[in-house]
Design a protein around this ligand. Structure first.
Ligand code: UTP
Length: 652
């Protein structure tokens, strides 16, 4: 047995993208003014990270320093003791390194941290392009401290610190700039006075954007100065129209945009971009005609070649002749438009494709374990075939209850991981038709159910675990079945009861589609029970407190370890401990780690490859989430749990 420590690498890799505002520009500062004028409608903006960004590595150090070997830095670097006053002074001085100093000063004022060394290794983000490179570097510093010193900040927390850090420099960023902390994924931000809310938007169909620097120039300070004259109180008709445009009109535009993105209606989304630009020209531009008449922007918006390739287009950021964004009709149109802007118009153009988080079509259920805890029953009957009375009153093997749920949520393919000797056992049950003499005795409902079994059977695939080397080893056998796609992984000995109309597995898949990271369903257990389970700890990522950004996963911790390090506080109850619920969405990264563990015999003391170990590895490397479904799981893997399942499940 090789026990390899699963501790973080000394050096962490970081990437933070730039950001692009798709709708609702200027409404961030306008919404902030609600703290002065209660009649102001909150601001709403849809913002996304882009493909270009800043790459870096970070490691703990005695002082705080930032270096880079990139030519743009000309060997310049920053180094400072971890002293709040000195860092704050460096932030006030201005210049490129003032941002990193601002964030570091804020963190060392409010958290107990040591120093770190951040090395910028690549920069694909054009500087001073309105894509917010300053916010990206601020988020990167906050992320580095968060990861290296386990500060337990969620994404909104990172965003806030990046914002307050940048406020300590002479540069004034808007509140929407730090949306880059959410990665290449659109979010809707709400600016209600000093309150900021962020919600992720689920992309249903790929969106092929192009954005380009118009190479014309604009005066952002003048634009902001002229528009700000109308705030917090409008004095005349023109100013009232500006309030409407950034307030009630913008609220309607952004809510329509969210519904088009979430339903995958690119055509309507593009038309809405054109509509939003017309609204801007009518109600906002008259406040600053010198900058916002924007002839270069309007000539490219009217260009027939551009119109032919796109569903719609609009300006970006503070608008004017700065940057333009287009929604191309498809991928070839996106390519042709980029070439046209670069080669025929002399602009710098970039593509941005917003992709749906891969939908999950496949499920995996390992059932190859012996089921020691149900001996001697398991000498003859697989535990997954132990009977339970379902809610429809039929007595079913537990595995069938589970398969029925997968059928209901329209899973296309289901892979059962079997022991070789059990092949005929499963084939007999699922693939052999019921002899006619028995079939004819069934009631009408039972005959209909028999048809359902036949339908479910067609979705089943069998793979084999030749040696019983644990749950992780069993899951690994399904790697070819998964073929690089995310899959829903379920335990063969657990069934679910949902408190809502949506089955627990569907709730998990919806959360996965929204957050896009591998995800484990979890439920609260008592402190005295933690020793039996994998325990998941983290910080709440959403207001509803259903999604945790994980900070630790520990297999069967002691009560002391759980109490000291693994509790999760929530609004309703002071402290909770979250254990695996029996359902996961696992991705290629997790299969890759399982492969490594199998090949290098990284096992627990029983010689088993653990899934938990692979989850914890991927959590540290790339991040992972947990989801608390509104429902309950019923285990049949041990006598006490089985007794409860039999007694309660059918009557829920
Ligand atoms: P358990 O941890 O409950 O193991 O497996 P088990 O062997 O079934 O039961 P006990 O602990 O000995 O009583 C959880 C799931 O993983 C599968 C099991 O069939 C069950 O669905 N499993 C476990 C495998 O497929 N292969 C293994 O080597 C171990």
């Amino acid at each position: 047995m090789i026990k390899e420590p699963n501790t973080p690498k000394e050096k962490i890799n970081l990437f933070v993208p730039g950001r692009l505002c798709l709708f609702g520009e200027h409404s961030d500062w306008a919404g902030l003014q609600k703290s002065m004028n209660a009649d102001i409608v909150p601001g709403y903006a849809i913002v996304t990270g882009i493909e270009q960004g800043i790459y870096g590595t970070a490691e703990k150090a005695d002082t705080f320093s930032v270096t880079s070997t990139l030519p743009g830095y000309h060997g310049a670097s920053f180094s400072c003791e971890l002293d709040m006053a000195k860092l704050r002074a460096a932030a006030r001085e201005g210049g490129f390194f003032s941002y990193v100093a601002g964030v570091a000063s804020y963190i060392c004022e409010w958290y107990h941290v040591g120093g770190l060394h951040l090395k910028i290794t690549d920069m694909t983000l054009p500087m001073k392009s309105g894509l917010s490179s300053s916010a990206a570097i601020c988020v990167m510093v906050a992320k580095a401290f968060n990861q290296l010193y386990d500060l337990h900040m969620n994404t909104l927390g990172l965003m806030n610190i990046a914002y307050w850090g940048e406020q300590r420099t002479p540069s004034r960023c808007g509140r929407l700039d730090q949306a880059c902390a959410f990665g290449v994924n659109p979010v809707v931000m709400t600016f209600d006075g000093n309150e900021l809310d962020v919600d992720r938007i689920t992309v249903r169909k790929p969106l092929y954007y192009v954005f380009a620097d118009l190479m014309a120039g604009k005066d952002t300070v003048k634009i902001l100065g002229d528009l700000n004259r109308a705030y917090p109180f409008a004095h005349n008709e023109m100013e009232k129209r500006l309030h409407d445009a950034l307030g009630k009109d913008n609220r309607i535009v952004t809510s329509r945009a969210i519904s088009y993105i979430s339903s995958g209606d690119s055509e309507k989304l593009g038309a809405l971009m054109t509509e939003a630009q017309a609204l801007f020209d009518e109600k906002v531009a008259p406040m600053c005609p010198e900058e916002l008449t924007a002839p270069v922007l309007h000539s490219i918006l009217a260009d027939p070649v551009v119109k032919n390739l796109t569903f719609g287009a609009k300006g970006v950021g503070s608008q004017g002749d700065g940057t333009v964004q287009f929604l191309a009709k498809d991928e070839p149109a996106q390519r042709r438009l980029t070439d046209y802007l670069k080669n025929k118009k002399g602009m710098t153009a970039y593509t941005l494709t917003l992709k749906p988080n891969m939908a999950v079509h496949k499920a995996v259920i390992p059932v190859a374990g012996f089921g020691t805890r149900l001996y001697p029953e398991t000498r003859g009957v697989k535990k997954e075939f132990c009977p339970v009375v379902d809610k429809d009153g039929l007595v079913k093997p537990a595995i069938l209850v589970l398969l029925e749920e997968l059928d209901r949520i329209e899973m296309d393919e289901i892979c059962l991981i079997l022991n070789k000797e059990e092949k005929t056992y499963y084939e007999d049950f699922f693939q052999k038709p019921l002899p006619l003499e028995h079939y004819s005795k069934l009631s009408k409902d039972m005959k209909a159910y028999e048809d359902k079994i036949r339908r479910i059977s067609r979705k089943l695939r069998f793979v084999f675990q030749n040696e019983q080397k644990g749950f992780g080893h069993a899951v690994y056998q399904s790697r070819s079945f998964a073929a690089g796609e995310p899959v829903l992984l379920l335990l063969g000995d657990t069934i679910y009861h949902s408190n809502t109309g949506a089955p627990c597995t569907k709730q998990l898949l919806d959360a996965y589609e929204q957050f896009g990271q591998p995800m484990t369903a979890v439920h609260p257990v008592g402190l005295d029970e933690v020793v039996h389970y994998g325990i998941f700890s983290g910080v709440w990522e959403n207001r509803e407190e259903t999604v945790l950004k994980l900070t630790a996963i520990v297999e069967k911790p002691s009560c002391e370890e759980a109490r000291d390090y693994l509790s999760v506080s929530n609004r309703k109850q002071a402290k909770n401990y979250y254990a695996a619920f029996g359902a996961y969405v696992i991705t290629k990264d997790i299969y890759d780690r399982l492969e490594y563990a199998v090949n290098h015999e990284i096992t627990n003391e029983k010689g088993e490859v653990e899934l938990t170990d692979a989850l914890e590895y991927v959590r540290k490397e790339k991040g992972m989430m947990a989801f608390v479904p509104d429902g309950e799981s019923y285990d049949i893997g041990n006598a006490a749990a089985y007794r409860r399942t039999v007694a309660e499940f059918g009557s829920r």
